[in-house]
Ligand binder design. Structure first.
Ligand SMILES: *[C@@H]1O[C@H](CO)[C@@H](O)[C@H](O)[C@H]1NC(C)=O
Ligand SMILES: *[C@@H]1O[C@H](CO)[C@@H](O)[C@H](O)[C@H]1NC(C)=O
Ligand SMILES: *[C@@H]1O[C@H](CO)[C@@H](O)[C@H](O)[C@H]1NC(C)=O
Length: 390
């Protein structure tokens, strides 16, 4: 056989092989229109259905352009394919009229979608009209989360942009082994309730190399999380990275083994925060490491607030039942925009234990910032004001 023949055979073999192992389902072939006007929800769902029925890995592809998606639930419960890739070059637009989906909970929802990866794409929640409704104090819908994953394992979200969500931008709930990397969240600093990434009841989630600017928490960590890794984040504007609010329920899963490292907070309301309701609860926070963090003009760089009780309703004079232990702050530098940069305000009924402040050096104006500790035990190295605090 000539080389050419061998090459051709090889080519045919490889071509068929790749077709057999990874079929591409282009949403435009299912009727999606890139004009930003035609509702493409059903086209996207039909492509999902086809990919899902594939017995081998499958790729759903969305070319460049704007696609109006009313709302869509991608349910993977009966999928044959164990690995669905969603590759997006375009922008998904939510309806700009908030009444259309404002009470639906989530806009783009994945449920029991194991082995799904999303690469690229912009998810635009078009939340501006809902934000102004909320800000004006009118009676408005709660708003939807832009991109939500429920009860899904082995998920990758890479190079995705989520912007202008009505409420949370990305939600991970009840999931195991989820990798978010190179994610960008972008909403105005005054947009209400627009948390960047909210995680709850999940384990083995990592958030790497991402930029988050929004009107609420950059990352919020709800009850029931373990083995969470957050690294290489730029946060701001926003309310920082927050564990909590925890302890609203009397029976609640705690949070353990959380690493937050190499993060820069710029002009945020908080840096790293733990926040619990002042109510009895079985919940806990333990084994948390905040490391290599730069604060640039942050209002509350380090804060534990166990007395959370807005308007003193539903928790008058109660201590928080949430037990906080083994929390380390290490190599935290930069500037505070308020005099007290370290505020550890722990529960009167369940004081914090095992707090470590190691190489924490925060300044306010021309001097070192102050620290205040209530019901907090542990040790500090370095500066006198921190050693006296604990
Ligand atoms: C803590 O979580 C990390 C992943 O974030 C994991 O690699 C490590 O094994 C966990 N440690 C324990 C003690 O479970
Ligand atoms: C701690 O919280 C209590 C209750 O909200 C508040 O009265 C007190 O001022 C706080 N202490 C500090 C040092 O922030
Ligand atoms: C603490 O930070 C200030 C301001 O950045 C710096 O001048 C000082 O050298 C630092 N101190 C130590 C011990 O690192």
């Amino acid at each position: 056989m000539s080389h050419l023949a061998i090459f051709s055979l090889l080519f045919i073999f490889l071509f068929n092989f790749s077709l057999a192992t990874n079929t591409i389902y282009n949403v435009q072939n299912y009727g999606a229109k890139s004009n930003g006007q035609t509702d493409s929800s059903n086209a996207f769902l039909s492509a999902w259905k086809a990919a899902c029925a594939s017995t081998s890995p499958a790729t759903i592809y969305m070319p460049r352009g704007n696609y109006l998606i009313r709302s869509a639930e991608f349910n993977g419960e009966t999928c044959k394919s164990k690995a669905i890739i969603i590759r997006i070059d375009g922008t998904l637009l939510a309806p700009s009229d908030y009444n259309v989906i404002g009470n639906e909970g989530s806009w783009i929802k994945f449920e029991k979608a194991n082995g799904v990866s999303i690469f690229g794409g912009t998810f635009d929640g078009q939340g501006a009209s809902l934000w102004s409704c909320k800000t004006s104090g009118k009676n408005c819908p709660k708003g939807t989360t832009a991109l939500a994953f429920y009860n899904s394992n082995n998920v990758v979200i890479s190079g995705v942009t989520a912007q202008n969500s009505q409420m949370f931008h990305i939600l991970v709930d009840g999931c195991h082994n989820v990798k978010l990397q190179g994610v960008k969240v972008s909403s105005p600093g005054n947009s209400p309730n627009t948390d960047g990434i909210h995680i709850q009841s999940s384990s083995g989630v990592s958030i790497m190399n991402s930029r988050i600017g929004t009107g609420d928490d950059c990352i919020s960590i709800g009850p029931g999380n373990s083995n969470l890794w957050i690294e290489g984040i730029a946060c701001g504007p926003g309310h920082g990275i927050s564990i909590g609010s925890l302890g609203w329920e009397s029976q609640e899963q705690g949070v353990q083994n959380v690493t937050v490292k190499t993060v820069t907070f710029t002009g945020t309301e908080n840096g790293v925060r733990v926040k619990t309701w002042a109510r009895p609860s079985s919940s806990f926070v333990r084994a948390v490491l905040f490391q290599h963090i730069v604060m640039a003009n942050v209002q509350n760089p380090i804060i534990i607030d166990q007395n959370y009780c807005p308007n003193h309703e539903s928790c008058p004079n109660q201590g928080s039942g949430v037990k906080i232990s083994d929390v380390t702050y290490q190599d935290i530098h930069g500037t505070s925009s308020t005099e007290v940069a370290v505020k550890l305000n722990c529960s009167k009924t369940n004081p914090c234990t095992g707090i470590t402040l190691d190489d924490v050096n925060l300044s306010y104006k021309d001097g070192r910032a102050d620290a205040s500790c209530v019901n907090a035990g542990g040790r500090a190295s370095g500066f006198e004001e921190l050693s006296h605090c604990l």
